[in-house]
Write a protein that binds this ligand. Structure first.
Ligand SMILES: [Zn+2]
Length: 344
């Protein structure tokens, strides 16, 4: 069998030296080195040899196989060089043509705004706390001061799952309860977190509403936190995010999990308060909802509301991106249309 091996080797090398095309080269590779190739078959039959001959044969066969692989690569490169040279000579290959631009990916516009939010809130001492997208009814509603049949539940159209009591979160606020339990150490430690994430609502999709969108929730719990702390913090955020000279105003509002509750407007970032189409000629843009954490919510998070207090806020990064870039239709965000995404 050793002689057979050597003669296959000699024959293979001989044939290889005559090959000038890629197709013929592939045929040669199949014939000698492929799964059913001659060298491979011989290697497989090593087991049929008497024991004392096996080692020597196996060694020799492996050497020959590697030699052939090396020769094949050398021939392949020579053919490629030859083809290139021919193309150049014939003028088929114009090496002076400019190259094609390489396409690079980019960050989604909502992600860009989210990252700006993270950076500003991190500077102000808020860490990111990630909560879950799939929630239970209890944490999404009941523990946030909305027991079953509470009329405020109507504010959110909910996606229910086939498992009773398991829903897709309608807002990031249930993360407040989870953050208090995970970071509060049984209501003994202060907290400063932002809770970013996707929320889901069973709504008619239109230019103004989507079934999924990001929210950035914020929560601070501590001793002696007051409404003035909330106002100062939000105003400072607006200055860092939208400019030193931007004025902020607070309007009374209602959320079941905060008391008192407010909505926050910042001077229009496009017209500077003069009035334009984006701010509907009011000079103000709504940027957040906020309030002092309701004592019932603090209690449900493990804190004693007679000793601890806190504030919470929520913002919509897609809405902010729309205002900033004058985007008229929220459906663009999750439509995966590159013509839209490539603009950012
Ligand atoms: Zn305006």
């Amino acid at each position: 069998m050793l002689e057979q091996l050597d003669s296959i080797y000699a024959q293979a090398l001989d044939e290889l030296s005559d090959i000038t095309t890629g197709d013929a080269l592939s045929g040669w590779e199949r014939r000698y080195l492929g799964k059913k190739g001659e060298v491979t078959q011989l290697l497989r039959s090593t087991g049929k040899l008497p024991k004392e001959e096996r080692a020597a044969f196996g060694q020799r066969a492996n050497v020959i196989k590697n030699e052939l692989i090396g020769a094949f690569a050398g021939r392949e490169e020579a053919i490629r060089q030859h083809e290139l040279a021919t193309q150049l000579e014939e003028g088929a290959l114009d090496v002076t043509l400019p190259g094609r631009p390489v396409q690079t990916g980019g960050l989604h516009p909502a992600t860009q705004t989210l990252r700006e939010f993270y950076a500003v809130w991190a500077e102000m001492g808020f860490q990111v706390f990630r909560s879950r997208d799939v929630e239970d009814d209890e944490t999404n509603f009941t523990l946030l001061n909305m027991p079953p049949h509470h009329p405020a539940r109507d504010m959110w159209d909910t996606f229910y799952t086939t498992t009773p009591g398991v829903i897709l979160r309608t807002h990031t606020s249930p993360g407040q309860i989870r953050a208090m339990h995970e970071l509060g150490e049984d209501g003994t430690q202060p907290i400063r977190v932002i809770l970013p994430g996707m929320c889901y609502r069973y709504e008619q999709i239109s230019a103004r509403s989507e079934v999924q969108f990001n929210q950035v929730e914020g929560l601070a719990v501590g001793r002696n936190i007051r409404l003035t702390d909330l106002k100062g913090t939000i105003a400072e955020f607006a200055r860092r995010m939208y400019g030193e000279d931007k004025r902020v105003r607070f309007r009374g509002s209602y959320f079941p999990f905060t008391e008192p509750s407010m909505e926050v407007d910042v001077e229009c970032i496009l017209c500077g308060g003069e009035g334009c189409g984006v701010c509907k000629y009011t000079g103000w843009l709504e940027i957040a909802g906020c309030g002092m954490v309701h004592p019932i919510v603090l209690h449900n998070g493990g804190y004693d509301p007679t000793e601890w207090s806190g504030f919470a806020f929520g913002m919509g990064p897609e809405r902010m991106t729309m205002l900033k870039h004058g985007i008229q239709d929220i459906r663009y965000f999750w439509g995966n249309d590159l013509r839209f995404l490539e603009q950012f």
